[in-house]
Design a protein around this ligand. Sequence first.
Ligand code: PHE
Length: 329
Amino acid sequence: MQDALARLRDETLAQIEAAIRLDEIEAARVAVLGRKGSLKQAMRQLKDVAPDERPAMGQLANEVKTAIVEALDARRKLIERAETQATDAAFDITLPGIHRPLGHEHPLRRTEAELREVFARLGFEVAEGPEVELEYYNFEALNIPADHPARDGFDTFYIEGDVVLRSHTSPVQIRVMEQRQPPIRVVVPGRVYRPDTPDATHSPVFHQIEGLVVGEGVTFADLKAVLTMAMRELFGPDTATRFRPSFFPFTEPSAEVDVSYAVNGEKRWLELLGAGMVHPKVFEAVGYDAERYTGFAFGMGIDRVAMLKYGIPDIRLFFENDVRFLEQF
Ligand code: PHE
């Protein structure tokens, strides 16, 4: 009988341990403790046990019953708690999570960062200047006289009096040279403004990166080398540059610089920069000795670089803040 009770206890406890639903617990309870349950059945053997062993057997049977009742109780509570948690919405781990979209850098900012990096590797530091600028810095100091067509209301946003939104980053050339002496090697990224009607290639606000190098013995060959290297860094080692003679009041000689790119294997040119040797009149305006120092300057459209790099057909896409466009970068 002792063995039978021990087996009954072990089997029943294992069964309870395996139960995952309340009805399984109830079934186990009825099967063991019920009126016709297996424990009642085992108790009937008590009459066959030698009288002096009966008290010990009776006590063992009671211990088995207590162990089973306690196990049933503990298991039932555990299953009940799990069921209430599963039906409570706050605990429903099967619900999809809340999607929190991650922002990222605007393609123009990324292009600007890349340009800064390329020029940093060529030894340039970064300078900045105001977007709301005095006419003097935007024009006069750059050898653009009052009757020059660039000062027309069609070419510039006037704030009031002699205050304008800068139409290029070149005024920062003057601000840098006023502050310090050569050697100078800076790039100036920033926003510029022109009252252009928006279309695929024009926007009243766009971005430039200005470059200025001043020192003794700086030549046009240095300008070509720096720009050719920078363009290869930006667009790949096979990139060609083309310098066309041009005119800017603040450089002499001046050039417009085109960059080659391929469309379906066919070579095309895109105008990307204005550049040239700093005009002696500009050195005069900042008090530099034009006999001693020479320098070169360039101004590049950042938006154009980004359009070329990413194959973007319309400059307006940069400024519309349509996330369906921006998400692609
Ligand atoms: N500032 C000129 C422009 O906006 C570009 C330029 C910069 C040209 C420096 C020569 C030297 O068109």
